[in-house]
Each structure stands twice: as structure tokens, then as C-alpha cells.
Design a protein around this ligand. Structure first.
Ligand SMILES: [Fe+2]
Ligand SMILES: [Fe+2]
Length: 333
């Protein structure tokens, strides 16, 4: 439910915007000025950001599950401490992002409700299982690596609160990426069984991480508007190509192979060419039929219900404090 600052018709579609305001808005965006929560903005811009930022926040929170699964089974105290810190970082990212979305007039409670009701999406990558410790390495290297490619340009997003949240998030994501790669280095230079674990993890995570950039430009619905509004700076396919070009040499450095017989370097452009992505798998997982969709939502719903007493207690405490402060003010007058 949206609660404030709206300009919506009865049909739920954004009303036609005032052309003069719209023109001033675009001038500001083109000048690379930040749009702040109290500034005028087109309703479609606000809605796009609410959808994108809340989806991003949900992804950070759901993304804690596949890795949280390995905290108790990390192979050493050092690895356990690192993974624990990483999973906590992801919780923090979710919180910054919920806070950024709240400045657009939606409450965190409503966003979480939309997630639990299945009305809001999170990144499909988190619907894949983590089957071995090597998956923790592969996720850091590939999934956090892909997230960074997507998110670095968002540090310059036209909406101020989102851009500022992304600066801090990206610093932490790059640490996650290096931590994941270091796990992959250790496994790849270890025993033959360890190297086989690393290879198996790469085989399973490679294609899903390429899908993280979203549908190809030909099919992407929102690109033109979001580019004009400077929410997005590069197309899905451009970002995916940057990721592939950065990541393939890292995999070869580990002595690993990629699960793609068509992978080859184009000597004239310098880009790595991949085979066709299986978009039917992407659509299936997005529609709710991935290996872990039900498990992830069940865990989220249970955690939310288990935490109800904490939220209620915090609200009761805040109410009591406000009452005490009001009583003290009255006594002083
Ligand atoms: Fe994150
Ligand atoms: Fe991360």
C-alpha cells in the first residue's frame, strides 16, 4: 500500500504529469543533480524506484539464506567468522535499502508484506541451493561479482537516497567478491577433491549468475525510461558482457573450465563470446518454480512470524518513551 505523495487516478495508473514540472525534473536529472525525497518527481519514476529498491532489499534479505546454511559447517574458525560477517553485511544492505525506499512513501511493513504475499520479487539467483562449501566461494566470486557490476553504476543513480546507500553497499560487496575468490583459490590449489568441488560449484553457478543481469536488451521492458531518468546507466547485455570479460580470465587463472562449449574470445573486439542463455530456465525460476523458491519463502515467513514479538515489544517501548517524554514536558511547563 502506498501512503503518501501520490498522484494516481482511480484506475491505479499514474495521472498525466504537468509538462512544466516534468521538463524541470528532466533538466535536473540531465544536469546530474540528485532528486531528493521532497522534490517533485513523476509518479512513474517514483513507482519504478519503489519496485526496484524494494526488490533489491528483498534480494539482500533472502540472499542471507543460501549462505547462512553454511555458517555452522564452515571448515575453519576464520572461514566461519568471514561468512558470518558477510551474511550480517547482507542484512545491513537490506536495511539501508528498505530505508531508502521508505523515503518514497511506502512503509517497510508494506514492502515485507508484499514479499510474503508473493507480490514482490527478489533475485532468482537465491532460489538455487548451496550443496557444498565450494558454493560459498562461487557465490562470493560470481554472485557478489555480478551484483557489483550491476550496482557500481547505481552509485550515480539520480535518486539521492538510493545512490548514497549504494556507495556503502558496493564497498562491502567488493570485499565479499574477494573473499569468495579467495575460497576458490584455496580449493583450486588444494587436493584433487577440493579442486573438483570448486569446478562443480562453478558449473552450477555460472549460468544463473549470467541470468542475474536480467533479460536481454531485446526483451527488457523498462530500459528506455530508466536510462532517461538516469536510474540505470548501462543496458542488461552491456553489464553482462562486462561481467563475462572480467570473470572468464579469473576462472582460467584458477585452472577451472566454464560449462559452455561455445565460450571463446573474439580476437578483434577482445570480448568473450558465450553460448545462448537458457531463458526458459530463467522464466521458470522467476515464476516460482526454481529448486528452492518454496523453501526460501517458507523460511522468510516463519522468521517474520517468529520476530513478531520483537517488533511489538520495540513499538511498545517506543510508545512508553514518547509518553514519558510528553509527561516530562507537561510537568516542566
Ligand atoms: Fe549485499
Ligand atoms: Fe554481498
Amino acid at each position: 500500500m502506498y501512503t503518501q505523495g501520490l498522484n494516481v487516478t482511480d484506475t491505479g495508473k499514474p495521472a498525466a504529469e504537468d509538462p512544466a514540472k516534468l521538463a524541470r525534473f528532466q533538466v535536473k536529472v540531465d544536469a546530474e543533480d540528485k532528486i531528493e525525497p521532497n522534490d517533485w518527481m513523476p509518479e512513474a519514476y517514483r513507482r519504478t524506484l519503489v519496485r526496484q529498491i524494494s526488490q533489491h532489499a528483498h534480494s539482500e534479505i533472502i540472499g542471507m539464506q543460501p549462505e547462512g546454511n553454511w555458517i555452522t559447517r564452515a571448515p575453519s574458525l576464520r572461514r566461519k567468522a568471514g561468512l558470518l560477517a558477510k551474511v550480517q553485511d547482507e542484512a545491513g544492505h537490506g536495511l539501508y535499502l528498505y530505508a531508502a525506499a521508505e523515503t518514497l512513501g511506502i512503509s517497510r511493513e508494506d514492502m515485507v508484506e508484499q514479499l510474503i504475499a508473493g507480490k514482490a520479487k527478489y533475485s532468482s539467483i537465491f532460489n538455487y541451493p548451496t550443496l557444498s562449501w565450494a558454493d560459498i566461494g562461487a557465490i562470493g566470486w560470481l554472485v557478489d561479482g555480478a551484483a557489483i557490476m550491476n550496482q557500481i553504476p547505481l552509485c550515480r543513480c539520480s535518486f539521492g537516497p538510493y545512490a548514497r546507500a549504494m556507495i556503502r553497499i558496493c564497498k562491502e560487496e567488493s570485499f565479499h567478491q574477494r573473499q569468495g575468490y579467495e575460497i576458490m583459490v584455496t580449493l583450486s590449489t588444494g587436493t584433487p577433491q577440493q579442486k573438483a568441488m570448486a569446478q562443480d560449484a562453478l558449473n552450477r553457478w555460472w549460468w544463473p549468475s549470467l541470468m542475474m543481469f536480467g533479460p536481454s536488451d531485446k526483451e527488457s521492458l523498462h530500459t528506455a525510461d530508466t536510462m532517461q531518468w538516469k536510474i540505470k546507466r548501462f543496458s542488461n547485455d552491456d553489464l553482462r558482457q562486462k561481467f563475462i570479460d572480467a570473470t572468464v580470465p579469473q576462472g582460467h587463472h584458477l585452472g577451472l573450465t566454464f560449462p559452455d562449449p561455445e565460450l571463446k574470445r573474439d580476437e578483434t573486439t577482445g570480448h568473450w563470446h558465450t553460448g545462448e542463455i537458457d531463458w526458459s530456465e530463467f522464466k521458470r525460476v522467476l515464476a516460482g518454480d526454481g529448486p528452492c523458491n518454496r523453501q526460501r519463502m517458507k523460511a522468510k515467513t516463519e522468521a517474520h512470524e517468529d520476530g513478531a514479538w520483537v517488533r511489538e515489544a520495540a513499538l511498545a517501548h517506543a510508545r512508553k518513551r514518547a509518553e514519558r517524554a510528553a509527561a516530562a514536558r507537561m510537568a516542566a511547563e
